[in-house]
Design a protein around this ligand. Structure first.
Ligand code: NAP
Ligand code: MG
Length: 403
């Protein structure tokens, strides 16, 4: 069989620990035998980030802007332990944070659903994709403890020096606490556009919810910006695609989500997204089955797994022990990126390959061959736990039959 050709390179961001091992296995076993893989390679492994003073992370994000599609391996976010372990010059920032800031993107997380693993909410037969606004609110807050007898006000000084004041609370009778939050129209607008684009891209309805009845200026601003952008830029496209934009209150949204069958995108304010993404991921079963894509408002895509570098498995691997690490989310990061590259370059062979590789992966698990994390969850009677490499080889057997 002749290898599938690529026109534009994918931006490839290599990473750390067990996921770096899996990365190479995926390429060797499932990609390079079939595709004339064209990538622009950036090594985001912690050692190389340290050597380049983290320049490589910035360069990889700029390359993503240039080419439009990237695939990223999980990476270590340094903490005090990692400083000594890797003898770091500095506590480099999270690469995901750096890349997200440069691309001004929104993260969409989607569970991969397979037969035999029933979500804790059994009516969720289709995936729920969560989009989390990644700027502001409580994550960039200013807060104070307030002694009894204090008076607290919001003071806004405009560019001409005029002050507007609004009483928060007079703390007579008890001490207390206050908190100042902010967001900016530009960031909310980018978030909205990323969500509308992703909904069109995946042909799914978009839900958005805030508490605008209580927060009549703050949350209401989110509702208004979404609505204005939808009406002026997206309504016709949504009609043409047969999809809907649905706004409701956050508590109503939560109730509807639980009763739903899935199959839509749920856009969340920063805090709601933080909380709900953990709830949704847990309910679907496993973080190792959760894919993640960062989408910029101008349509740049960076695909990755939602989980980390699986450190505990890596230390076993270093001792020469076999691990049973789930490669599905990392593999789906590759298929997502290859399919998007194929769509942008108009190379249907590449898209079809990505579809088949995903189908082969799901078939493998539904045939009962899976890694240990899934074997614990699966209700299939004939399930068999395999190691990291055996799992990829089993996918390859099925892929060959499909090609
Ligand atoms: P983790 O890599 O997400 O793994 C936590 C635990 O979840 C594992 O020990 C394992 O449980 C299970 N698990 C996660 N992914 C799995 C997979 N693919 N297959 C099987 N089991 C899986 O989190 P961590 O070990 O706490 O963090 C390691 C590093 O990842 C940290 O340095 C952190 O900074 C980084 N991180 C990176 C990203 C990213 O790049 N996007 C995201 C999160 C964390 P068992 O041990 O019980 O088998
Ligand atoms: Mg969280």
């Amino acid at each position: 069989m002749e290898k599938i050709k690529m026109i534009t390179p994918l931006v490839e961001m290599d990473g750390d620990e067990m996921t770096r091992i899996i990365w190479k296995m995926i390429k060797d076993i499932l990609l390079t035998p079939y595709i004339d893989l064209k990538t622009e390679y950036y090594d985001l492994g912690l050692e190389h980030r340290n050597e380049t003073n983290d320049k490589v992370t910035f360069d990889s994000a700029e390359a993503t802007k240039k080419y439009g599609v990237a695939v990223k391996c999980a990476t270590i976010t340094p903490n005090a332990d990692r400083m000594t372990e890797y003898n770091l010059k500095e506590m480099w920032k999270s690469p995901n944070g750096t890349i997200r800031a440069i691309l001004d993107g929104t993260v969409f997380r989607t569970p991969i659903i397979v037969k035999g693993i029933t979500p804790f909410i059994p009516t969720w037969t289709k995936p729920i994709t969560i989009a989390r606004h990644a700027y502001g609110d409580v994550y960039k807050n200013t807060e104070m403890q307030v002694p009894e007898g204090s008076k607290c006000e919001l003071v806004m000084t405009d560019k001409d020096g005029n002050e507007t004041r609004s009483l928060i609370h007079e703390f007579s009778g008890s001490a207390g606490i206050i908190q100042g939050l902010h967001n900016i129209d530009k960031s909310i607008g980018s978030f909205a556009r990323s969500c509308f684009n992703f909904a069109l891209d995946t042909k799914q309805d978009l839900w958005f919810a805030t508490k605008d009845t209580i927060s009549k200026k703050y949350d209401h601003r989110f509702k208004d910006i979404f609505n204005e952008i939808f009406e002026s830029e997206y309504k016709e496209k949504f009609d043409a695609a047969g999809i809907e934009y649905f706004y409701t209150l956050i508590d109503d949204a939560v109730a509807r989500v639980v009763r739903s069958e899935g199959g839509y995108i749920w856009a969340c304010k920063n805090y709601d997204g933080d909380v709900m993404s953990d709830m949704v991921a847990t309910a679907y079963g496993s973080l190792a089955m959760m894919t993640s894509v960062l989408v910029s408002p101008d349509g740049v895509y960076e695909y990755e797994a939602a989980h980390g570098t699986v450190q505990r498995h890596y230390y076993k691997h270093l001792k020469g022990e076999k691990t049973s690490t789930n490669s599905v989310a990392t593999l789906f990061a590759w298929t997502g990126a290859l399919r998007k590259r194929g769509e942008m370059d108009n190379t249907p062979d590449l898209c079809a390959f990505a579809d088949k590789l995903e189908a082969a992966t799901i078939k493998t698990i539904e045939d009962g061959i899976m890694t240990g994390d899934l074997a614990l969850l699966s209700s299939l009677p004939n399930k068999k736990k395999v190691d990291t490499e055996e799992f990829l080889l089993a996918i390859n057997e099925r892929l060959k039959e499909m090609l």
